[in-house]
Write a protein that binds this ligand. Structure first.
Ligand code: SF4
Ligand code: SF4
Length: 136
């Protein structure tokens, strides 16, 4: 199933500013502090299953490319393990940013993508978080 949102999330400057405001309010994270070192992505146990790495999600947000994020599987694959935030030299928490995008997506649509990303050996914690989040 393709994950799509309506035109509320497509690209005017005003709409993008509104999404960024909503995200910063939900997450209490300052996106502009990210300098794209990618340490968050390097330590993410689920990154191999993502079509956008955590640092790329933040970059897309900074560029106002929200449609690309909402179409991505990555915000649903994130297991909320918080490994990314522990590595960030800028004291950002990409896990909260992923959560913020999920919240906004759920507010705007009742559908979710069907995401079954995990094959082979992954951390048990990742399985538990993934299934708790996607199948409750
Ligand atoms: S580790 Fe922090 S500063 Fe580096 S890319 Fe990730 S969020 Fe940005
Ligand atoms: S919280 Fe999500 S984005 Fe961060 S390291 Fe864990 S799985 Fe990756």
């Amino acid at each position: 199933m393709r994950f799509s949102l309506n035109s509320e999330t497509s690209g005017t400057k005003k709409e993008n500013a509104a999404i960024l405001d909503e995200l910063e309010m939900i997450t209490e994270e300052k996106f502009s502090n990210c300098f794209q070192c990618a340490k968050c992505s390097a330590g993410c146990p689920a990154s191999e299953y993502m079509d956008l790495y955590p640092h790329q999600v933040i970059l897309m947000a900074k560029l106002g490319l929200f449609e690309r994020i909402f179409e991505s599987k990555s915000i649903w694959i994130c297991t909320c393990c918080f490994a990314c935030g522990s590595r960030c030299p800028q004291d950002l928490d990409p896990a909260r940013i992923m959560e913020g995008f999920r919240l906004i997506a759920l507010r705007k649509t009742e559908s979710r993508p069907e995401v079954y990303p995990f094959k082979g050996e992954i951390p048990r914690q990742a399985y538990v978080a993934h299934y708790r989040k996607n199948f409750k």
